[in-house]
Design a protein around this ligand. Sequence first.
Ligand code: LLP
Length: 431
Amino acid sequence: MNNSITCRTTAENTVDGNQRFDGVDLNALARDVGTPSHVYSATAVRQRISELQAALRGLDAEICFAVKANSNLAVLQLMNEAGVGADIVSIGEMQRSLKAGIPATRIVFSGVGKSEDEIAAALLAGVSRFNVESHDEFQTLQRVACAQQRIANAAVRINPDVDAQTHAKISTGKSENKFGVSIDEARRWFAGSARHSHVRLDGLHVHIGSQILSLEPYRLALDRVAGFWRELVQAGHPVNSIDVGGGLGVCYHAGTDRPMTATDYVDVIRAALAGYHGKLLLEPGRWLVAEAGLLLTRVIRVKHGASRNFLVLDAAMNDLARPSLYDAWHDIVPVHGDPGRPVTTYDIVGPVCETGDTFARARELPECAAGELLMIRATGAYGASMASTYNSRPLAAEVLLDRGRYAIVRRRQTFEDMIAGEQPAQNWQTP
Ligand code: LLP
């Protein structure tokens, strides 16, 4: 079995048509754990990590996995086992990371809306660096650090005003986006940094967007960051860390999406930051886990509508929001390859009561019947982590596969789990 992950990750991880993934028979798995289920290959995750680590060889680099992409504890444990840290955007993500064994010294805290309480908790836990996104946050960090009598390590998140050439909703590096600050503003922060007795501002951070398939936006953004780093050093401000964010794209559409290799990406970083000898941080999320995951789902029924054929699945937009949120393409294939079957065109939809609950429109698929097991591919990132219980649909199970074995790493939510914490209005109080 070839486990290398390229554009055809899932296919290459399977044998006998599509029936095996990381050595596990998907039909048997679906019978055991039910559907819909998010399924992850530990082998594929490990491979991606080592590919990136190999590309970074020789650099003083640290990979901090963007926890938002997949926050399952078992996935975070895989990261920790491979020496990968965490990029968090909430205290919930920090708690998950710590629980998975990732030391606070390998955690960086990003995000435009860190509350004072979150800043205090992260500082107390000893997270290694705050990626600061506004002057107000900078001042809050100083206040909280002063109260705790600690020194906070900080990087300023630069908004380089670069078009990442990705979906507008996941583009973060344009000046009209809410993220980061301009180089002009950052320059003023450094000039006045002596006033911040408890914040050590000695880092730069940039993250321009997600699902980036071209090297050019990276080149542009990193050139701007590098220009600023050189200027700062000349002005006597040491820059001890540069965090280049995440954003590497993956293959969602076989034969169409052409992601860059880890080596090509790191070469752009090496070139832009030539002469920089401080710590380099990377925050990939999607690239490490997306293609290592699939969503196993069954066809509930085939509905022949007035103008379209619908495949109604037992998975829905609450299990995988990407198609409804971003019109994102995910390859969808039957687990039984069976090349002899005639092909039909379907709209592939879920049971949720919204037209947007559509995974694919006019998609060609081998003719399917009720009960057919399908896989929606490349769902390991921003799948389960963005799931909800909309329409009172319990959260799907999550399963980790590893060379022929599987472990349930999140049991399917029961109705009781789903309503835990809800109660009838009683014991009324006034604030
Ligand atoms: N660092 C920061 C500061 C981020 O905001 C993000 C993602 C990452 C790193 C990781 O980016 P990645 O390597 O995964 O592209 N839900 C959307 C993606 C939102 C990404 C948000 N920020 C989707 O499903 O496409």
